[in-house]
Ligand binder design. Sequence first.
Ligand code: GDP
Ligand code: MG
Length: 435
Amino acid sequence: ITNSLEAVLGKFRGKGRLTEGNIKDGLHEVRLALLEADVNYKVVKNFIKQVTERSVGEEVIKSVAPGQQVVKIVHDELIKLMGESDTSIPFKEGGQTVVMLVGLQGSGKTTTAGKLARLMLSKGKKPLLAAADIQRPAAVEQLKTLGRQLDIQVYFEKDLPPTKICSEAIKYAKENGHDVVILDTAGRLHIDNELMLELREIKDTLTPDQIYFVCDAMTGQDAVNSAREFDEQLGFDGVILSKLDGDTRGGAALSIRAVTGKPIKFVGIGEKLDRLEEFHPDRMASRILGMGDVVSLVERAQQAIDFEEAQNLSRKIQSDTLSLEDFLMQLQQIKKMGPIKEIMGMIPGLGNKMDGLNFDEKQLEKVEAIIKSMTIQERLIPDMINGSRRQRVAKGSGTTVQDVNQLLKQFKSMKKLMKHFKGNEKGLKKKGMFP
Ligand code: GDP
Ligand code: MG
């Protein structure tokens, strides 16, 4: 056992109820994680306050450290803050559903227009793309290229103002049986009046069914600020967060939701056209926290580990009355928690240290099968398992007599080891092996 593993296991013991003190410990790290993930500091402040109020007095799950349990509470609250996930695009029954994409230059509007068109195509729609960004000469060509890749038509008319291009596109869609029109609009490096006037004119003239604000997740707080501006000056129905494949933690997602109250619909996770995903608040919360996967660890512990059982077991080990029945129960609890490697991988700082340690899941299953083929008496008094019994157990479990022998031998030496530990109880307690 490495030092770090020992430290982690030691931390994994519960201490009654969550108090302001141990909540503070947990929240200190959470606070840093949120700020580091680019969550707006005001949002963080409010949030921490809320979580503290919710956490005080909660019973500590005994197999995890209080700080880790706080992380789980934080995780749940983050999900709440980001709101129910609603990634549906409301399509009109008859006529053309018009979706308008807005955002700063380079935020990913044109790419997202292609991605959305592809998604809609896969849902049996017949989308039309409208190239309404005449600000940059290359923008129209970029959309046309995407359209060719997807075999989706792109509407553009030279020398027309953006609003007119959009209205003509919708007309064209009506005449040619397109049921969705996606408007790819212009952006600017910064928000200015000209841009807002242009977008408002399109909005007022065509009253799109949905307006989605596309923003670059990598830009952090700037994304939050522009989201606020766009929402105040234009208004939108949802957010599409692009470039989440970068190394951003995605704290912008949280702040944008908190600041505008608008749901995040999709996330872009790459330049390619199939790199669009529905937004999952739970995944985003884990990502924002970035604390290994403490959250699912706590969840699994909540589900699987019966602490009283574990305590009983350790008492039995110490008094040398451990039976194969106990051993089986222990194995089953471990199995309920999931693959051992996975569990170890969830412990922050430990995941990449696992390569050296070899846990064989198959072996565990074999052991379980063998014990299950024993009678209860045999499990309680392994010494009674003689040659013919061994043969029966091997046959019943689909293993060999050697396998059974090996298990019994290992179990015996394990008990011996435990006995040895018993004399050493104090040292073990210090190392956190026993509660
Ligand atoms: P627009 O100016 O808002 O239309 O932005 P573009 O669609 O032209 O995108 C700007 C740049 O960001 C392009 O190089 C895109 O390939 C890239 N991009 C867009 N979305 C994503 C994404 O989800 N992930 C990555 N890695 N790049 C993206
Ligand atoms: Mg563009």
